[in-house]
Design a protein around this ligand. Structure first.
Ligand SMILES: Nc1ncnc2c1ncn2[C@@H]1O[C@H](COP(=O)(O)OP(=O)(O)OP(=O)(O)O)[C@@H](O)[C@H]1O
Ligand SMILES: Nc1ccn([C@@H]2O[C@H](COP(=O)(O)O)[C@@H](O)[C@H]2O)c(=O)n1
Ligand SMILES: [Mg+2]
Length: 216
């Protein structure tokens, strides 16, 4: 995928596309914070869950398959997810992308790297206690088919078993920027602003974070 944007002159001068992944458990506030980051820092916000939900309404065979998987709180195969994400990115004239809810497992990481030959600038990790995430999702009221206690518990389990290892992977590359997402929306955004503010040395040493989540 060519995600390098050419300059106005059409010369060989190319602008590097900046990608930030945003991960965290279900209900950690990814969508809420991404909206604010996009608005304040000029990123295009792409929610991978939202892209997949749009596919479910297309009536396609893939859409039916995706709907069934999402209803069960499982992960959609990476080739499908990355293809849809790639299509969404190609249609946008911006060089800064905030990719919400991606990657969810090591297969997502590999598919993205293989297809795009790109890496995220950094990975924003919203770290939130499990009971708080559960409480938020149960009162979200957006009519999502997967916001019921049974599916929420399955999504939390997928987060612990499949997504946390990707955090360790990016930690080993010094790319994790972790914030305490258990605080109020405004407080969380204050911590995030420091990370995104230009000129700040926001590099953090690899954290010693170990997940305290219980395997459900
Ligand atoms: N810091 C916060 N404190 C209290 N409520 C919050 C906070 N952040 C988000 N919420 C609320 O919690 C719910 C879930 O937030 P949001 O949709 O942003 O989470 P998410 O990480 O995108 O979840 P999912 O993975 O299910 O898409 C929403 O109703 C939102 O308004
Ligand atoms: N990389 C991804 C992202 C999402 N999914 C599926 O979508 C569901 C909802 O995602 P949200 O980010 O909106 O919570 C999620 O539970 C998965 O079923 C996925 O497979 N891969
Ligand atoms: Mg979301």
């Amino acid at each position: 995928m060519d995600l390098h944007k050419e300059g106005d002159t059409g010369s060989a001068k190319q602008k590097k596309v900046k990608i930030v992944f945003v991960i965290g458990g279900p209900g950690s506030g990814k969508g809420t914070q991404c909206k604010r980051i996009a608005q304040q820092f000029g990123y295009t916000h792409l929610s991978v869950g939202e892209i997949l939900r749009q596919e479910t309404s297309s009536g396609s065979e893939t859409g039916h398959m995706v709907q069934k998987i999402m209803k069960e709180g499982k992960l959609v195969p990476s080739d499908v997810t990355v293809r849809l994400l790639q299509q969404a990115m190609q249609g946008i004239d911006n060089d800064k992308f905030l990719i919400d809810g991606f990657p969810r497992d090591e297969e997502n990481v590999k598919a993205f790297e293989d297809l795009t030959k790109m890496e995220p600038e950094f990975v924003l990790y919203l770290d939130c206690p499990q009971d708080e995430m559960e409480k938020r999702l149960l009162s979200r009221n957006e009519g999502r088919e997967d916001d019921n206690i049974e599916t929420i518990r399955k999504r939390l389990k997928v987060f612990v078993e499949s997504t946390l290892p990707t955090i360790e992977y990016y930690e080993s590359k010094g790319k994790i920027r972790k914030v305490d997402a258990g605080k109020s929306i405004d407080e969380v955004f204050e911590s995030i602003k420091v990370i995104f503010s230009p000129g700040k040395d926001n590099k953090m040493p690899p954290s010693k974070h170990k997940c305290k989540c219980l395997i459900l």
